[in-house]
Design a protein around this ligand. Structure first.
Ligand code: UT7
Length: 331
């Protein structure tokens, strides 16, 4: 029997209109455009404004754009998985809201929480539903409204994050394209370096949790940086080795956009040239689960059928991993 693979066959993305520049951040915290640019590679990020607007607003737009581009009816969609750490509500899931608002009345889905590696975890999960033959059209979304959990008085954390969402459609193929391999990892002992303490069942929201500023991201930047450089570079090198490839066999590195120095270290380890590394961190910053699908959205026209892509991420949890896939279409 011919093996069914899961292939990305369409991409959609959305970033809010409001641009928060380094210059504007200079007025909010003790920082400079020069410091942010040289230490992170970020020039500006997008912020979703408006009362009652959550992550779903961006996910819905990304999914609608994807469906319109391919002229696919939402009724054809079997499932929508949303990777996010900033869901609209504790429940229902953001996926529930997205399914309803895009008109995917035959779909079901759920949210998946793996911070900056969320999109990789969700892509690997969504692919299983295609590869088993169970479903024909699965949408995987990565989106976060990081501005809703960022402390804009914490200069070492607030400068890297932004809001945005991207979505991909997975469909079955018997051609030699699509998802080839994944390596996903988790280490819960990393919680102390990057997490949000308040608002969950351990420390439910209370006046005390608010006073202690526990509803914001807590990040020990240097510790996370060290783990990220090693974790992302190691796993990216490992997936190449496992598939008997070298950097020469790869057309594009699609790496989580947290800090340009982490991406550069990963590319160097894989012996890639700068032109093989997709980058949009300067415009969007770190959109957590949104970075990888937003890269695919931005660079869709340059990626050609048959190109080998390595997707790679490291984030809170700790979670990290890499996916090897062969691009399935020319746009
Ligand atoms: O995406 C999920 C995972 N997250 C990450 O991957 C983030 C990883 N970490 C990082 O990207 C970096 O650690 C940061 C960008 C968050 C911070 O950069 P850093 O180069 O690690 O800075 P640092 O925390 O080591 O601070 C160095 C200095 C300190 O001053 P002193 O103590 O040397 O005088 C900080 O107080 O830079 C200072 N500093 C700043 N100065 C100007 C920290 N933030 C700022 C700032 N502007 N925004």
């Amino acid at each position: 029997m011919t093996k069914i693979a899961a292939a990305i066959t369409a991409v959609g993305g959305y970033v809010p209109d409001y641009i928060l520049s380094n210059k504007e951040l200079e007025k909010m915290v003790d920082t400079t455009d020069e410091w942010i640019l040289t230490r992170t590679g970020i020039k500006e990020r997008r912020i979703l404004k408006g009362e009652g607007k959550g992550t779903s607003v961006m996910c819905i737009e990304a999914v609608k754009r994807l469906l319109e581009k391919r002229n696919i009816s939402p009724m054809e969609i079997d499932m929508i998985i949303v990777a996010t750490v900033t869901p609209d509500y504790e429940f229902p899931s953001t996926s529930n809201i997205v399914c309803d608002q895009v008109g995917a009345k035959n779909a079901w889905g759920y949210d998946l929480s793996a911070a900056c590696s969320g999109f990789l975890y969700a892509l690997a999960t969504g692919a299983q539903f295609i590869e088993t033959g169970r479903y024909k059209k699965v949408i995987v979304v990565g989106g976060d409204k990081m501005s809703s959990i960022i402390d804009y008085t914490d200069r070492s954390t607030c400068i890297i994050f932004g809001d945005g969402a991207g979505a991909v459609l997975l469909e079955p193929t018997t051609e030699d394209v699509g998802m080839k391999d994944f390596i996903l990892r988790a280490d819960g002992s990393g919680i102390k370096h990057l997490f949000m303490k308040g608002g969950g069942s351990a420390y439910p929201s209370s006046q005390e949790t608010i006073d202690r500023r526990e509803h914001y991201v807590y990040q020990e930047g240097q510790a996370v940086f060290k783990h990220a450089v090693t974790g992302m570079a190691d796993v990216s090198a490992e997936i190449l080795e496992k598939n008997k490839m070298t950097g020469k066999d790869v057309q594009w590195l699609v790496a989580h956009q947290a800090n340009k120095r982490i991406i550069d270290a990963t590319a160097e380890r894989m012996q890639l040239k700068p032109e093989q590394v997709l980058m949009n961190i300067e415009r969007y910053g770190n959109t957590t689960a949104g970075t990888i699908p937003l890269l695919l959205w931005d660079y869709e026209k340059q990626i050609k059928k048959g190109d080998n892509l390595i997707l790679s991420a490291f984030g809170g949890g700790f979670t990290w991993g890499a996916i090897y896939l062969k691009w399935a279409y020319n746009s």
